[in-house]
Design a binder for this molecule. Structure first.
Ligand code: ADP
Ligand code: MG
Length: 216
């Protein structure tokens, strides 16, 4: 097995006009999950964007799958993102004019994976996959977008308020599915949420407060 964590961050710092956070260290091994909580504006999404390679920190470094992302060539970084990183946002980037299944198939085609119909059933969207995305409720669209991300079979799943549009029961279902996913695929889950009940579904809970990350 891998002898490196899937996510390793050292001494991350980011400031805008003021210091947003500093000295943030994160280690996440395969089959591990962590949740970051914190008030709106505390920097949770910024931290997620840095860890997922879409934003550069002011200082500190991020290694994903044992690779320092700042030292990768552009093509290597694109490959890492395409194959190994899955990001679930609250606002779902789906093609509205296509059906749910066409959206999911587009992801499976790009990642050269198979559509996992069992997963669609687990997400309780198997009966709506032939509808156009624009005709689905926010919660259904959210689950289609989760299915689309997991269809890629990424090693690292980043989720920014993934259950924001969902009722409690469905939110818990989605968390169970994410946890099963990382166990089955030896992946890791980095979750941002303001919902304590959802955060408790991760193995470790952290609080981002006053620019520091504390374990809860
Ligand atoms: P959270 O996800 O915890 O609500 P964010 O990471 O989205 O917080 O934002 C943290 C703070 O950083 C906010 O005050 C936001 O206005 C500020 N911020 C985020 N992105 C930028 C940017 N590109 N330029 C300037 N300020 C930003
Ligand atoms: Mg945010």
């Amino acid at each position: 097995m891998n002898n490196y964590p899937l996510i390793q961050a050292r001494a991350l710092a980011k400031k805008y006009d003021y210091t947003l956070f500093e000295n943030i260290d994160i280690t996440l091994w395969s089959k591990q999950s962590m949740a970051v909580m914190g008030r709106s504006g505390s920097g949770k999404s910024t931290l997620l964007h840095i860890l997922s390679s879409f934003l550069e920190p002011d200082s500190g470094e991020v290694e994903l799958l044992g690779k320092n992302i700042a030292k990768l060539k552009e093509s290597e970084l694109l490959e890492l993102r395409r194959k190994h990183i899955g990001i679930i946002f609250q606002s779902h980037y789906l093609f509205k004019g296509m059906t749910a299944l066409e959206n999911i198939k587009a992801a499976s085609y790009l990642a050269q994976t198979e559509v996992d119909y069992e997963l669609l059933k687990r997400l309780e969207i198997d009966d709506i996959i032939h509808k156009k995305v624009g005709q689905l409720s926010g919660g259904q669209q959210q689950r289609v977008s989760i299915a689309r991300v997991l269809t890629k079979k990424p090693k690292i799943v980043f989720a920014d308020e993934p259950t924001g549009n969902l009722d409690k029961i469905t939110a818990n279902l989605v968390m169970d599915i994410l946890n099963e996913y990382i166990k089955e695929h030896s992946g890791a889950l980095f979750l941002v949420t303001h919902d304590l009940e959802i955060a408790k579904k991760a193995q470790k809970i952290y609080l981002l407060e006053d620019g520091k990350l504390h374990i809860v």
